[in-house]
Design a protein around this ligand. Structure first.
Ligand code: ZN
Length: 328
């Protein structure tokens, strides 16, 4: 009897162990099915989200392509514009054959319709501070200085779709300055190649500025000025092109010379402050560029000197401004 009981006990224990083992096997099988299934579900959800993001990105890209050409252009244009500006500056410094600005222009003889010889003319002297080539890493500082002295200026800007410049275009407008155009690409070999390419570049910049700021720009400064000697197109044809679009172009009769070799805070200050008394209407050329920090450094003292001149005011360019033009 004792032996039968022991055998029965052993049998129960064995049977329990078998049951445990079965449960363990079932649990293992269930886990080995469930875990991969869960991973698959998670991956499927992630895939769906990424696909959604990709579709959105594709839609954004085609939007940009429609407006600004290929996606490569979008990122390359800003860099190229800066590089071209540097080439322009370097050419000015080196006096090379690529020098786009005709430095022989006798600004004293520029026709500004009786704007010269202020001693002979009663009334106020108008000074228009203009900045070419922006926006740049200097723009915010220039705007801060102008705000500090409560001065409005004119910015002849290029087309730079990079997001870091968007707020600078808007600041120029929001803070009461005049937004002028200075070509989208700033590439001489493009804009001065034909009237067609000039017009395409002009329209591209005008639309870009409108979409960015809501301003339909109507003032233009030719890269290198209207007296440049690099254009393969007769500049008068390009002036006609601007006239057809109701755009007025402005050259300058006072230059900071901040694109010349050896220019510094002192030379920039002197070039401007010593020449302003020669004219009744002064359109002052300066540059808004990353490598023109001396211009920014000189700006506060330039403004102070102009504000200290008798019967002299600093204005932004408006429809009432008498254009200074090197060619007619
Ligand atoms: Zn320029």
């Amino acid at each position: 009897m004792t032996s039968d009981k022991e055998t029965s006990k052993k049998g129960k224990v064995y049977s329990k162990r078998i049951q445990c083992l079965r449960r363990l096997i079932v649990a293992t099988v269930a886990a080995s099915c469930l875990i991969p299934t869960c991973i698959c579900i998670i991956l499927a959800i992630k895939y769906d989200r990424l696909k959604g993001d990709l579709d959105q990105s594709r839609a954004d890209l085609s939007w940009y392509r429609e407006r600004y050409g290929t996606e490569m252009e979008i990122f390359a244009q800003e860099a190229e514009a800066q590089a071209d500006a540097s080439v322009e500056d370097a050419a000015g410094e080196a006096g090379s054959v690529e020098e786009p600005v005709n430095m022989d222009v006798d600004y004293a003889n520029v026709d500004v319709s009786g704007a010269q010889n202020p001693e002979d003319i009663e009334g106020t002297r108008y000074v228009y501070l203009t900045f070419d080539d922006g926006p740049s890493s200097s723009t915010a500082e220039i705007l801060d200085i102008l705000a500090e002295y409560d001065v409005k200026a004119t910015f002849f800007v290029c087309g730079k779709p990079d997001a870091r410049y968007t707020d600078l275009y808007k600041r120029i407008v929001d803070e009461g300055h005049t937004l002028g155009m200075h070509s989208y690409s700033h590439k001489y070999n493009v804009i001065y190649d034909s009237t067609v390419s000039f017009k395409a570049d002009l329209d591209k910049l005008r639309v870009f500025l409108y979409e960015t700021t809501g301003v339909w720009a109507k003032y233009y400064r030719f890269p290198g000025g209207s007296s440049n000697n690099v254009s393969t197109v007769d500049m008068k044809e390009l002036v006609d092109c601007l006239n057809d679009s109701d755009i007025t172009f402005f050259d300058w009769n006072v230059s900071a010379g901040d694109d010349r070799a050896g220019s510094n805070k002192t030379t920039i200050y002197n070039n401007i402050v010593e020449n302003i008394p020669r004219f009744k209407h002064c359109v002052v050329l300066m540059h808004d560029a990353a490598d023109k920090k001396a211009t920014v450094e000189a700006l506060p003292e330039i403004i102070e000197a102009i504000q200290a001149m008798d019967d002299t005011v600093i204005y932004p360019i408006t429809d009432d401004t008498l254009p200074v033009q090197h060619i007619k």
